[in-house]
Structure formats: C-alpha cells, structure tokens
Write a protein that binds this ligand. Structure first.
Ligand code: SF4
Length: 353
C-alpha cells in the first residue's frame, strides 16, 4: 500500500472532506500519546526546566486509547487518511502496539506513521510492524558523538539509535525518514557526514530549518541555515535533481542523488514556508486539538469526550474547528517578534513536531 496516493483520489467510507477557510483539506492528524521524553533536547525540552521533579501529565489527564481511537475514527470520516503517532517520545508507552492495531483498522487510514528518537525502537520495531504500523520517522540531529550528546541533552546513545534504525528496516517500517534539525554553529558542520552515512541505504534524510517552535528554545534568525544554502553545500559534494511531491501538502522539498544513492528532503518553514497547502491538525496527549504547530490556543476535546459527546457531536466540533481555520504562521512570521518571544505558543513536546 503506497502512502503516496493523492488524498483526493482515495475513496473512504462515508467521508465528507472538510476544508478550512483557505480551502485546505483536513488530511493529516498528528497524535501525541504522552508528553514525557527520555531526551532533553535543548531546543524542545531543556533539562533545567524539565528536571527530575517536573510534573508531566498523569494517566487520568492523558486521553485513553479508546478516546484517541474515537477522535481518529471521526477525523477519518472528515477526510483524514494519514495518522502520525508522536510525543514527547511515544515509545516510552510500552502498550503502544495496541493503539497502533486500533488505528490501523480504521477505514480510510492509508498512512500510519510514528515519530521517535529511536532509543527504544530496536526491541519494539517488529511488534509495531505486526500491529499495523506502516513506517517510522526518526529524529537524529547528528552522527558526531559529542554533538549528538549535546543536542539530546546528554541522554542519547547513538549506537542504540542506529540499532533502532536497523531494526525498523528489518521489520519493514519503511520508507524510514531521518529528520535533522540544522542549527548554525551547533550541528551544521556534521550534516555532510550524516548524509554520507545514509546514502545508498534507502532511508530519506530531511534537513529541517531551525524553527521558533514553543517558547523555550531561544530562537534567533541567525541560527537558521537556509535550505538553499544547505542545498548548495550538498550539491558541491553530490549532484542532485529535484523530484515531484508525493502529494499536495507534503512538507519536504524532495531531491535525489543523480548517482542513484537515494532521496533527501529539505523542510524550510522559515525561508520557504509551505502553509498554502498545510493539511495538518495536532492532538495533544491531554486532548487539546491545535490547527498549527505555532498555535497559541487549542480546543479541548477531552472535556467533550468525558461529557459523553457522541460521534456526531465530535464530528461537528472537529468540522467547526477546521472550517474556521486560517492558520499560516510561517508565511506571516515576523522574525523580530519571534526573536522577542512575545507570542505564547504551544510547546512542541506537547504536540510533536
Ligand atoms: S506554520 Fe502552521 S499553517 Fe503553516 S505549515 Fe506550519 S503548521 Fe501549517
């Protein structure tokens, strides 16, 4: 089954595709299953704030699997065909193959992916694949041991992460995408080494411009390495050619090595924003629905669920949220405001990237 199908062409049982105020369809739901993580990446969950006594959501505060499944089923009826499980770090939840099995059974879902830092992936890859997971995206910012350790807040183990990548490949969780957040003066000098490592493996490396997500990463524009600059650097080493999007709304600009060593992508939210066909909604682990990665407010679906809203009511709530949606933060971003961190935005660890 190919996840590259154009969503408009895919018939799904009694689906009424809803479009937002900019005519963008609701196609992609990202589900954060928990807010905890085993890393402390400084640009997302800095150690000094997320210390040992930090109070994360407890089981009661988090949506149950039944609640997540209900939202996903209703979302599928409104046109969602792609689900992504994320966190925090979703594999900290050992029961997650059960959730995967439930989501994989929803009619109309033809792309079920999971984003992880892969530290816990090796022992779980087979179970996830058997449960119905299609593919994984792995956050891996560098293969330089020191840089990797710094960027994971001293908690990551590179060999364990690479074991996870190998286990995912053996389990058929592919295409495996490797997401690299590139920060000037932090890991940009190790990008070519990482690309070299994954050339010829079939894994797709995506180089991501450092974004002003959340409120804690001290973002400045001069820390961003524009994708076009990175593209030139890569081209000097290996000839590349541009290839078409898999479907409208795909975030990465795709290229392939002319020598056949595979595909890489560039995700350029800062210098080449792609809000025009953004079809993504995000559900936090405590049931808040956000319509943009940089949202400053969401809608509490947990309250409706726990006040016995039926599926029709849930569908109305979701449709109304999406119909009124007009988000295009990246297109309207004003770096001076972003650098001043005046806008209170949802934290990335609560909704996944
Ligand atoms: S900034 Fe918001 S609207 Fe734009 S692409 Fe990102 S999530 Fe979508």
């Amino acid at each position: 089954m190919s996840s590259d199908l154009n969503p408009e062409d895919r018939p799904a049982a009694n689906t009424a595709v809803v479009r937002d105020a900019l005519r963008r369809p609701l196609h992609d739901l990202r589900i954060s299953v928990l807010d905890q993580c085993n890393f402390r990446c400084p640009y997302c969950m800095p150690e000094d704030e997320f210390h040992a006594d930090y109070e994360f959501l407890n089981r009661q505060q988090r949506l149950s699997y039944e609640e997540i499944l209900r939202i996903a089923q209703v979302a599928a009826r409104l046109g969602v065909s792609k689900l992504r499980l994320t966190g925090g770090e979703p594999l900290l939840d050992k029961r997650i193959p059960d959730l995967v099995a439930g989501l994989a059974a929803i009619p109309g879902i033809d792309d079920l992916a999971l984003t992880t830092n892969a530290m816990l992936l090796a022992p779980m890859a087979r179970k996830l694949a058997d449960a119905g997971l299609h593919r994984v995206t792995i956050s891996l910012d560098s293969l330089d041991e020191d840089v990797f350790r710094r960027m994971s807040g001293g908690r990551g183990d590179l060999s364990q992460v690479l074991d996870g990548v190998a286990a995912a490949q053996r389990a058929g969780l592919s295409p495996i995408k490797i997401n690299v957040v590139v920060q000037r003066g932090v890991n940009d000098h190790t990008v070519l080494e990482l690309l070299e490592h994954f050339r010829g493996t079939g894994h797709i490396v995506r180089l991501i411009e450092f974004m002003d997500v959340g409120n804690r990463n001290g973002w400045r524009l001069d820390q961003v390495v524009p994708s076009r600059q990175l593209l030139e650097q890569v081209r000097e080493r290996w000839p590349l050619r541009r290839i078409d999007q898999n479907y409208p709304g795909e975030v990465a600009r795709r290229y392939e090595y002319v020598d056949g060593a595979g595909e890489i992508g560039f995700i350029s939210s800062v210098t080449e924003p792609f809000c025009g066909d953004c079809s993504r909604a995000r559900l936090s682990a405590d049931g808040m629905l956000y319509t943009c990665l940089f949202a400053n407010q969401g809608t509490d679906l947990r309250e409706s669920l726990r006040n016995d809203a039926d599926d029709e009511e849930l569908a109305d709530i979701l449709s109304q949220i999406w119909l009124q949606r007009a988000d295009r933060y990246s297109e309207l971003r004003r770096p001076e405001l972003a650098e001043a961190h005046v806008l209170r935005k949802v934290e990335m660890y609560r909704i996944g990237g």
